[in-house]
Design a binder for this molecule. Structure first.
Ligand code: NAD
Length: 358
């Protein structure tokens, strides 16, 4: 692979460069937001998702419908492939039928606690599926692969805030282990084939269209239904809750920005957060950790009702605290999270009430 011979990105249409972008996991929470934003700015999007039943498929179908409507409204190109990433033929066909300027890989088996119950689905989607995607990117000479990693790779690290230079090789559960494996696999592809890859370590993403297995959704639902909410660790742990619109902005900026291969890049001692290596890793968080109890107060305020709390110990595999240092991503692409937790929570609650008519 000769980075200089990499095909030029995008197609010029008038004054704008239109890109064809594969978004995997576009029926999911973050993927649907990213795909919608790309359609709105005029890019052509191919979505790939198996719409599995890890959680309510009706919610996933509603997100897909919104993408269809957005494509119609904007006139942007949109094609959806309903298939499993583990099916290597389906992935190969997808890359044979489309020439991608960017790949944004967000499909995965997500969730920390479920990885204790169903480890195999993590190995399938996150390891086998990731291999299929990165292999296809390599063979198709995709100019840039951006993929989702997670703050969970920091494990029980207590040096705050988390920096890309901290050790990440002691994951506390299989979910984090598979995501860390993705980062290592990306390193090997960047080294072997100079494939530009950017891993983004997301810090607890929340917002409208959010996941039913995550705290904000469950808490809002239970408070509205006068049912108790499970509060782990007495609500004393902190999370760097990051609003989905900020994440989308960061993902798209990171994907647009191809790291120019640095002649001095050394795979023996890579600086993952350097902005010009073919292999990059960035934190993408809110840089402002909030205690779970404060998060619950924001939900109570937005819903207009007090929560009934069921206090429970910290769950196995849960990390006590997360806190992102996103300086490297800010320096590389100007990422700046802008949404305070109170405002973001209120937006979620407003969406929830409207969507479920409650
Ligand atoms: P999500 O579960 O809503 O979206 C993932 C989508 O991928 C789903 O629509 C699912 O159907 C699809 N998918 C899963 N396995 C697949 C397979 N084998 N083939 C095809 N499609 C498949 O999750 P999300 O919250 O939108 O997360 C997006 C990405 O960000 C994931 O990689 C996740 O691990 C990562 N992440 C999310 C958070 C967060 O707080 N939401 C935090 C850290 C990392």
């Amino acid at each position: 692979r000769d980075p200089v011979a990499r095909p030029a990105s995008g197609t010029q249409q008038g004054t704008r460069l239109i890109m064809k972008i594969l978004v995997t996991g576009n029926a999911g929470f973050i993927g649907s937001h990213v795909a919608k934003k790309l359609l709105e700015r005029g890019d052509s999007v191919v979505g790939f998702d198996d719409v599995n039943d890890y959680y309510d498929t009706e919610l996933k179908e509603a997100r897909l419908k919104l993408l269809e409507e957005t494509a119609q409204r904007t006139g942007s190109g949109y094609h959806f492939i309903r298939a499993d990433l583990v099916d290597s033929q389906a992935v190969e066909d997808c890359f044979a039928n489309h020439e991608f300027d960017r790949v944004i890989h967000l499909a995965a088996q997500a969730g920390v606690r479920y990885s204790l119950i169903n480890p195999h689905s993590y190995v399938q989607s996150n390891i086998v599926g990731f291999t299929n995607i990165i292999e296809a990117c390599r063979h198709a000479w995709v100019p840039h692969l951006t993929y989702a990693s997670t703050s969970s790779v920091y494990g029980a690290n207590t040096t705050m805030p988390f920096s890309e230079h901290h050790g990440v090789d002691h994951p506390l559960q299989l979910y984090a282990a598979t995501k860390r494996a993705n980062e290592l696999m990306a390193h090997s592809y960047s080294h072997l084939y100079q494939l530009p890859t950017t891993g983004l370590r997301f810090f607890t993403v929340y917002g409208p269209w959010g996941r039913p297995d995550m705290a904000l959704f469950k808490f809002t639902k239970n408070i509205l239904e006068d049912r108790p909410i499970p509060v782990f660790n007495q609500g004393n742990h902190t999370r760097d809750f990051t609003f989905v619109d900020d994440i989308v902005e960061g993902v798209i900026r990171a994907s647009d920005d191809i790291a120019q291969p640095d002649p001095a890049w050394s795979s023996a001692e890579p600086d993952p957060a350097s902005s010009n290596a073919p292999y990059r890793i960035f934190n993408i968080g809110n840089n402002n950790p909030v205690k779970l109890n404060a998060y619950i107060e924001a939900i109570e305020e937005a819903v207009g009702k007090k929560a009934l709390k069921e206090l429970l110990p910290l769950q196995p595999g849960d990390v006590p605290d997360t806190y992102a240092d996103s300086t490297a991503l800010e320096q590389a692409v100007g990422y700046k999270p802008a949404t305070p937790v109170k405002e973001g929570v209120a937006k979620f609650v407003a969406w929830y009430r409207e969507f479920y008519g409650v």
